[in-house]
Design a protein around this ligand. Structure first.
Ligand SMILES: NC(=O)C1=CN([C@@H]2O[C@H](COP(=O)(O)OP(=O)(O)OC[C@H]3O[C@@H](n4cnc5c(N)ncnc54)[C@H](OP(=O)(O)O)[C@@H]3O)[C@@H](O)[C@H]2O)C=CC1
Ligand SMILES: O=C(O)CCC(=O)C(=O)O
Length: 427
């Protein structure tokens, strides 16, 4: 199902549960602003390449719009729209003072050199710099982008507006130790990146999973996990779950899928993945068909890659008892219905992966104050936000007799609707 149709369907169901005025419902659904820009760059061989970039600013009733920038060949306007809308509800669920936005460029980052990616990022920033800003719209990393991308945006934006570290979050924190160490020795943040942001979405997934499992008298230690995607979110979720005693039995990325019923050694898998640009060929498990990963026998399934991967084609075959949506909109509404009938419990994206934007908020706050928190403080605050978010979502489930997705949607939509009404419409 089209991502925008799916997201809007969830929104409309929440609006109905809340008894929202139909005019207000319509105004909340229409994006504040949609930007589409042409980005042409000279490639390293001297030929030209043109790409289309998008930034959709969905809503700013609760504060500056906030959301990542995705570089992926499947980026299209409807998907960016859906992701921007999800950001609006997500920041409201997390109860941080932001609205929602999302951006993307239709490109294959793996096929571009580092200098081509830099040129593309700078051209995109030149085209949108007047429409983003510390108090208007604050981008961050998403699929295919990373802290280096944010540093280029910061630099390009600063040429027009003066040095402005708070204009993007997810900026680099350089570690003096190896990438795969869980506790690097020294971390250096030269451009205002927050300690803990790199791991934040995965860490938020860990906290969210702990909160959900506790409701069922279970803990990370007694569960078997399958994770789709081994990038920023998937690899950090795998590391932290494994460090907490969970057994990660299967993982996939674009290069393949790997399984070990005794539990994968995540530290070794990460090292292999960095050295070989993917998990394919890892000797600590057997290679399996990536298309069967989501239907592997496990307790907890964590999609941490693309949207729409759990759909009516495979929902019936899913064996997990819990699905933690680390990716954005991994589950189609049709699959939601099938899974709900099977008794599968789904922790929705707008709560489950909100750890990233929550620590982005901490980064923005630190930049504005010109003050840096230590990592223990970042992680402790993140835990407070994730724990409170879970309680709030459960409260809405009780009030509206609904599942966790509708609990999260009604929570987010209600907060945004209230802010909108409070601000009023007088011209
Ligand atoms: N980064 C963040 O802070 C946040 C991200 N999210 C969401 O989490 C998801 C992952 O984002 P992030 O980790 O940042 O992105 P990354 O680009 O860091 O990683 C994406 C991962 O997904 C893999 N992948 C891509 N396509 C497939 C596929 N068809 N099957 C299996 N694996 C695939 C990639 O493989 P390969 O590397 O081999 O290409 C990579 O391992 C996205 O949905 C994103 O919107 C949500 C909240 C915050
Ligand atoms: O950190 C952020 O600002 C946004 C992260 C993001 O894009 C997301 O939560 O989907």
């Amino acid at each position: 199902m089209n991502a925008l149709v799916a997201t809007s369907r969830n929104f409309k169901q929440a609006a109905k549960l809340l008894g929202l005025d139909s005019k207000l419902e319509k105004s909340l659904l229409i994006p504040f602003r949609e930007i589409k820009v042409e980005c042409t760059i000279p490639k390293d061989d001297g030929t030209l390449a043109s790409f289309v970039g998008f930034r959709v600013q969905h809503d700013n009733a609760r504060g500056p719009m906030k959301g990542g920038i995705r570089y992926h060949h499947e980026v299209d306007p409807d998907e960016v729209n859906a992701l921007a809308q999800l950001m609006t509800w997500k920041t409201a669920v997390a109860n941080i003072p932001y609205g929602g936005a999302k951006g993307g460029i239709g490109c294959s980052p793996g096929e571009l050199s580092c200098s081509e990616l830099e040129r593309l990022t700078r051209v995109f920033t030149q085209k949108i710099h007047d429409l983003i800003g510390i108090h208007t719209d604050v981008p961050a990393p998403d699929m295919g982008t990373n802290p280096q991308t944010m540093a280029w945006i910061l630099d390009e934006y600063s040429k027009f507006h003066g040095y402005s570290p708070a204009v993007v979050t997810g900026k680099p924190v350089v570690t003096t130790d190896s990438y795969w160490e869980l506790m690097p020795l020294i971390e250096v943040s030269d451009l205002g990146g927050s300690l803990g942001r790199e791991a934040a979405t995965g860490r938020g997934v860990l906290f969210a999973t702990e909160a959900l499992l506790a409701e069922y008298g279970k803990s990370i230690k007694d569960q078997r996990f399958v994770i789709q995607g081994f990038g920023n979110v998937g690899s950090w979720a795998a590391q932290l779950i494994s460090a907490a005693g969970g057994k990660v039995i299967a993982v996939s990325d674009v290069t393949g899928a790997i399984k070990n019923n005794k539990g994968l050694n995540i530290e070794k898998l990460l090292k292999h993945s960095v050295e070989n640009r993917g998990i394919r060929g890892f000797s600590g498990g057997e290679s399996i068909d990536p298309s069967s990963l989501l239907t592997e026998d496990c307790d907890v399934l964590i999609p941490a890659a693309l949207g729409g991967v759990i759909n009516r084609e495979n929902a019936n075959d899913i064996m997990a008892k819990f699905i933690i949506e680390a990716a954005n909109h991994p589950t189609d509404p049709e699959a939601d219905e099938i899974l709900s009938k099977k008794g599968v419990v789904i922790l929705p994206d707008i709560y489950a992966n909100s750890g990233g934007v929550t620590v982005s908020y901490f980064e923005w706050v630190q930049n504005i104050q010109g003050f840096m928190w230590d990592e223990e403080k970042v992680n402790a605050e993140l835990k407070t936000y994730m724990t409170r978010g879970f309680k709030d979502v459960k409260e809405m489930c009780r009030a509206h007799n609904c599942d966790l997705r509708m609990g999260a949607f009604t929570l987010g939509v209600n907060r945004v609707a209230r802010a909108t009404v409070l601000r009023g419409w007088e011209a």
